[in-house]
Design a protein around this ligand. Structure first.
Ligand code: AMP
Ligand code: MG
Length: 414
């Protein structure tokens, strides 16, 4: 990696990415209040109360194999055992197995009293109701014991747990059809810009379709919050005021895009300062340098930039950790992987750069990354092609092909 000393982009007043995120997280606390939720709606929700096992799992001694349940001490290659019945899953054999006897058994079926071993079918031959054993097994073979998975009273899941498919199965195995989960944070969002048109409208000279609102809708859906779309707001002071007022009355978090800078038609920062407590941050990152962060009433506020790529980057780096914390999740730093860049990368020292990349696995198992090409913050197609950010440190200059770089998989961010 070489550093270009002539051309730099340092700003002494700019916060680092980490400082900005720390400030956001300091202001973010989990929402209060929980609700009952059906298991079928609980994926990705955050558990509000601890779960203990109400009984042993599995509840009964059962077979791990299809085969024959018998007494280990009866096993002999010479003397066959008499098959006296069957224990199938859901249909137990309801008598004890006595000396010289065995019971045909299926996986998951109750092991009858008296039996202490299951011999799998493959190790046996059957002649009428006589069972011949090809080998002898150790006592207890192929038997699953009650409580082997979970003991009655044992803690199963702790509050703060982000429920996964396996967790939901676990809760179902305990006979629980509903769980207490934290309420979802409510997020109101809108885009600003006189040039924005809705899908279906005709574009006039200089107009564009509003893509940010669809991006935000999807990003919020992915994180799992209750979102309220307040539409497109024109670049007028009164309109931005009214929309922020409306949003703060109903939301835990407000997110806007556009109008966030210091341009003549940028009203978001002004409105925020008048209505709440505002902080205008220059963050030493690219894309997405300016970010308005603050509070209006009880709601936290993120004024994201207008360019779609900047929206996605600032959302992932700052808004998403806030929303995750509000949801009750524990927020961990995103993972950084090392990869060899296939392309030379343009970079000016001064800002941490999040370039769009595509990850590849090389034949030797190592990772490499290619650039999506044009890196302008308006080039949304680059974001759509990419599956990772190439994260270049603040002080770095241009990067030569073949260098090792940090990459952040989108799967960890979006
Ligand atoms: P602004 O921050 O409002 O100056 O916007 C910066 C750039 O982002 C301009 O080129 C805007 O046209 C563009 N932009 C702003 N909002 C949106 C949006 N909702 N969808 C697509 N592009 C937008
Ligand atoms: Mg604008």
């Amino acid at each position: 990696m070489q550093t270009d000393t002539c051309d730099t982009d340092f700003d002494a007043l700019a916060l680092t990415e980490e400082q900005a995120r720390e400030r956001v997280l300091t202001a973010s606390t989990p929402v209060a209040g929980s609700e009952r939720c059906l298991l079928t709606a609980a994926l990705g929700r955050v558990l509000a109360a601890p779960i203990a096992a109400p009984f042993d799992v599995p509840p009964h001694r059962n077979s791990a194999m299809d085969g024959y349940a018998l007494r280990a001490s009866d096993q002999s290659p010479d003397t066959p055992l008499r098959i006296v019945g069957r224990s199938f899953a859901g249909h137990p054999f309801d008598a004890p197995v006595r000396a010289g006897e065995c019971v045909q058994i299926m996986t998951g079926a109750v092991v009858p009293a008296g039996a202490d071993t299951v011999v799998q079918q493959e190790l046996t031959t059957v002649d009428g109701n006589a069972l011949h054993l090809q080998r002898t097994l150790k006592q207890g073979a192929n038997i699953r014991h009650p409580g082997e998975d979970l003991r009655r009273g044992q803690s199963v899941l702790e509050p703060g747990r982000l429920l996964t498919a396996a967790d939901l199965g676990l809760l179902a195995s305990l006979g629980l059809g509903e769980v207490d989960v934290l309420r979802l944070p409510r997020v109101a969002f809108f885009s600003t810009g006189d040039e924005l048109r809705g899908i279906g409208e005709t574009l006039g000279e200089g107009d564009i379709y509003d893509s940010n609102r669809y991006i935000l809708h999807a990003l919020l859906q992915r994180i799992g919050v209750d979102s309220v779309d307040l539409g497109r707001i024109p670049d007028r002071r009164d309109a931005v005021y009214a929309a922020l007022d409306d949003a703060s009355a109903q939301a835990d978090v407000i997110i806007t895009t556009g109008g966030a800078s210091v341009g003549a038609a940028d009203y978001v920062a002004h409105a925020l300062r008048d209505l709440g407590e505002a902080e205008f941050w220059k963050i030493a990152i690219k894309p997405g340098r300016p970010l308005n962060f603050g509070r209006i009433g009880a709601a936290l506020f993120f004024g994201l930039p207008g360019n779609p790529v900047s929206v996605m980057a600032t959302f992932a780096l700052f808004a998403a950790p806030c929303l995750r914390r509000l949801r009750g999740e524990s927020v961990r730093p995103y993972r950084r992987l090392h990869a060899t860049t296939r392309d030379a990368l343009k970079k000016t020292p001064g800002r941490t750069d999040f370039q769009r990349g595509i990850l590849h696995t090389e034949p030797d198992g190592s990772l490499s990354v290619s650039s999506t090409g044009l890196q302008g913050s308006h080039v949304l197609s680059s974001m759509s092609q990419a599956d990772c950010f190439i994260r270049l440190p603040r002080e770095a200059g241009p990067v030569a092909a073949g260098s090792t770089v940090d990459v952040v998989p989108f799967a960890d961010l979006f």
